[in-house]
Design a binder for this molecule. Structure first.
Ligand SMILES: NC(=O)c1ccc[n+]([C@@H]2O[C@H](COP(=O)([O-])OP(=O)(O)OC[C@H]3O[C@@H](n4cnc5c(N)ncnc54)[C@H](OP(=O)(O)O)[C@@H]3O)[C@@H](O)[C@H]2O)c1
Length: 312
């Protein structure tokens, strides 16, 4: 199995993760209606069976339910599992002790004493200074409750600051978790990707399938009954999907060449660039198994560039 070290001295995890925002989430993802506990248990098992053992969650996903489910699933497997979770400084949790208390609660829900990665979910600097966040998390690395420290949704400048504060404590910033896919490319233009490369910070690419768009299953002809944010995302409208037809055609060409699905090609486009770990969401065994098939092969540099051009 392809693995990767997060940042310069972080945990080693599989080169692809599994996003678990949908697990237990009834606000955005219709958990309990379109899919449920059995489906996500099977998604967990299918991932582990395929060798993908890195799971990304957050205390806010399903108000703790995503962490609780992962905790239960981990108890039923003998495989070592790497878990990343996140701290969100709201509501009213703006002091240093709140971070340690939130970590304690996450570890309890996850039924473990140590996780691979703990991330600050959003850079809410006006609530709690990055320096405070990083000093508390550096201390947690030393106590052994977390193996590495990450941030999420940080700009190049905010990430650099977090890196410097941690470095002063002898620890490297392991990841910045940001939106990145063929269809979400802001980090290429706003300096985040380049700065992460310079600092040796791994990018955890969230929404790497553009919330399902890059699977090719949504087309101008068949799109209907959209749920959650997809309902207001113009890319999911018939006109938006029409515009994406040239990219879908190129994904289809490569699918045929490699005998891989458009989702696998899109995830491989991220992995093949190096030091980028996509964390696609999977709601059932079939999606989890398919996404794991993004590992173990590589697009060529020319194909990476071609897809870059076609998706501009
Ligand atoms: N740090 C942050 O602020 C932040 C924000 C967002 C997400 N995240 C993380 O990133 C993870 C992934 O992001 P995401 O869930 O927004 O988007 P995504 O991974 O781009 O899309 C996931 C969705 O695409 C569909 N899908 C996935 N694999 C498929 C396959 N092989 N075939 C067909 N459909 C497939 C499923 O939805 P349908 O079956 O409904 O089509 C699935 O729920 C989250 O779970 C979370 O861990 C973090």
């Amino acid at each position: 199995m392809q693995t990767i070290k997060l940042g310069a001295d972080g945990a080693t995890v599989t080169a692809l993760g599994v996003g678990t925002w949908a697990w237990g989430d009834t606000l955005f993802w219709a958990y309990g209606k379109d899919f449920g506990a059995d489906d996500v248990a099977e998604a967990f098992q299918a991932s582990v069976d395929a060798g993908v053992t890195f799971f990304d969650t957050a205390e806010v996903y399903g108000f703790g339910e995503s962490e609780r489910l992962i905790g239960k699933f981990c108890k039923k497997t003998s495989q070592p599992i790497q878990i990343a979770t996140k701290y969100f400084p709201l509501p009213w949790r703006w002091n240093r002790s709140a971070i340690a208390e939130a970590l304690t609660a996450s570890l309890e829900r996850l039924q473990t004493s140590q996780i691979s990665l703990y991330q600050i979910h959003w850079p809410l600097e006006f609530l709690l200074k990055t320096k405070d966040f990083m000093e508390v998390l550096a201390a947690e690395v030393k106590t052994g409750r977390i193996q590495s420290v990450g941030v999420s949704n940080y700009s190049a400048e905010q990430m650099t600051q977090a890196h410097q504060y941690l470095q002063a404590k002898g620890i490297a910033l392991a990841v910045n978790q940001v939106p990145y896919s063929l269809l979400t490319r802001q980090i290429e233009d706003n300096g985040t990707l380049q700065k992460a490369k310079q600092l040796g910070v791994t990018i955890l690419a969230y929404s790497p399938l553009a919330q399902g768009l890059l699977t090719g299953k949504y087309t101008a002809e068949n799109v209907k009954d959209l749920k959650g944010a997809r309902r207001i995302d113009p890319r999911f409208s018939p006109q938006g999907l029409q515009k994406l037809a040239p990219l879908f055609a190129e994904l289809q060409n490569l699918s045929e060449k490699y005998d891989k699905t458009p989702a696998q090609i899109s995830l491989n486009w991220l992995i093949s660039q190096g030091n980028i770990v996509p964390i696609p969401g999977a709601k059932n065994a079939s999606q989890a198994k398919q996404n794991a098939g993004a590992l173990g092969w590589e697009l060529t540099p020319d194909e990476i560039e071609l897809l870059r051009q076609k998706s501009k």
